[in-house]
Design a protein around this ligand. Structure first.
Ligand SMILES: Cc1cc2nc3c(=O)[nH]c(=O)nc-3n(C[C@H](O)[C@H](O)[C@H](O)COP(=O)(O)O)c2cc1C
Length: 184
């Protein structure tokens, strides 16, 4: 796959000051030459309910998300960790998207990253998300992994990454992710 890659970057957090959204913003700035990254948040997606689906079909907001995933060369997901797992909102979004005809994660190249304020840095939630994406037949990059621990010490209030050693790790991860998507 040649040329500038189109990446859909999904933040698993709805918070305005989310470290996961800040992480995606930093990654987007770092790759502006090689990839166009569109960052989306999952605000406004209703909780999946099979009766609502039977009555009204898949909501427009979910169909729009699915169309963006379809149109992207690759998807990047930054997940927080809630109680050792994926936030409900992110799981709910993937459940809804899986209900779309020709669900868009099938054979899609995906990268997973995450930021947390704990020392564990979303390791547990990333593994749960990976498992979830197996169910959706996504092609998730196995290695390298990117866990941002103690995020409160690494970004300033404006979202600037103040931790230079993290920047180096991000660059290595991004290079691998670009190569992974280009294989598609
Ligand atoms: C309900 C809830 C559960 C949490 N559980 C965990 C956890 O299991 N592991 C962890 O590292 N952080 C946990 N946290 C703290 C999050 O890492 C922290 O709130 C982080 O900033 C969330 O990501 P965000 O900044 O992108 O919103 C939890 C936070 C909430 C609100």
């Amino acid at each position: 796959m040649a040329g500038k890659l189109k990446i859909l970057a999904i933040s698993g957090s709805l918070r305005e000051q989310s470290y996961n959204t800040k992480l995606l913003n930093v990654l987007k700035d770092m790759v502006s030459g090689a990839m166009d990254m569109e960052i989306v948040r999952l605000k406004g997606i209703p909780v999946y309910d099979g009766d609502d689906e039977d009555a009204s079909g898949v909501p427009e907001i979910v169909q729009d998300l699915a169309a963006r995933i379809h149109a992207a060369d690759g998807v990047l997901i930054s997940t927080p960790e809630y109680n050792f797992s994926i936030p409900g909102g992110l799981k709910n979004a993937t459940d809804w998207v899986s209900r779309v005809k020709n669900q868009p994660f099938k054979d899609k190249r995906v990268g997973i990253v995450g930021a947390a304020q704990s020392p564990v840095g979303t390791a547990r939630s990333q593994y749960h998300l990976r498992q979830n994406l197996v169910g959706l037949e996504a092609l998730t990059m196995n290695k390298p992994e990117l866990f941002v621990s103690l995020a409160q010490n690494k970004f300033d209030a404006d979202g600037y990454l103040t931790d230079e050693s993290s920047r180096k790790i991000f660059a290595v991860w991004l290079e691998a992710f670009e190569a992974w998507v280009r294989r598609g």
